[in-house]
Design a protein around this ligand. Sequence first.
Ligand code: TLP
Length: 344
Amino acid sequence: MDIVDLRSDTVTHPTPAMREAMAKAEVGDDVFGEDPTINRLQEMAAGRMGKEAGLFVPSGTMGNLAAVLTHCGRGDEAIMGHLGHTFLFEAGGMSALGGVFAHTIPNQPDGSLKLDDIGAGIRGSDVHEPMTRLVILENTQNRCGGVVLSADYTRQAGALAHEKGLKLHLDGARIFNAAVAQGVKAGELAGPADSVTFCLSKGLCAPVGSVLCGTKEFIEKARRIRKQLGGGMRQAGILAAAGIVALEQMVDRLAEDHHRAGLLAEKLSTVKGLELTFGMPQTNMVFMNLAAGHPKSAEQVEAELARENVRVEITGPGAFRLVTHYWISDEGVERAAQAFKKVV
Ligand code: TLP
């Protein structure tokens, strides 16, 4: 029996159309800028984000890191949410590799950072302080529940950053989920940011890759940083080909994943002993927790669900994340709900 794998949308496999495009991809040496398929993907990506240029990178983590290292120097500081992926899950790369100081301020339940908190967090006027150079936002905001930031909020944050002489980077790993959920173009959400990273290998199903976008000048600098990080790939057009299919075929259908996340949340909210941590999902993530005093631990529940061929991610004590994606059908949603009912 197939496994219903809800741990993340990173588990998605490439679609048949992607495998075909990969097999036929024209390639070249991308360190020389000669891979036509990568060049095409980068142009398409920049177009979607409303930016001048794009840079294909192996992962979202490298895209964010290259952005931070391009915007900041050693001893500089970047402001980000305490639940931001760049703070929680990127292995401290910005500080390990770039000497960049991570200054966290609270993420609000809607995923935003309060503009007043950003303003109050900016430092550098005094010799004792590091220089704040960058603000990082995340859309969708993963650990706040896969919630969306609006174009209007992002514009306000961008205006504040620019007024204070800072740059704004958007971790838009799931920016297309945010765009589809709000019925806007991804470019509107990315517009106010100086740089944006988005992922091809999450809900869009490509096997590998993200694209970092910004001005031509920014991307030229980021290209050198990518080389320093060992991310200069050669005939990677074979991967970019899947990314092109992702952009052409997989964006609009994200609405189906959002719909299924809603169905899953509805079904799970009726299971005794389970609670929706952040209410109904806005995009493709459902966060659930065991009710207080539940006799089982998250680890027990996870193991018992796995025996029912349902995989979920533990996000904390008694807490889980379930992510819908292309390979989760209505039947998968039903099977997950039944498994939770049985186990919890
Ligand atoms: N997120 C993964 C895990 O690392 C937590 C997941 O399963 O959600 N930004 C955001 C907002 C992300 O959620 C992720 C991956 C990344 C960046 C990093 O992307 P990759 O995995 O390509 O390095």
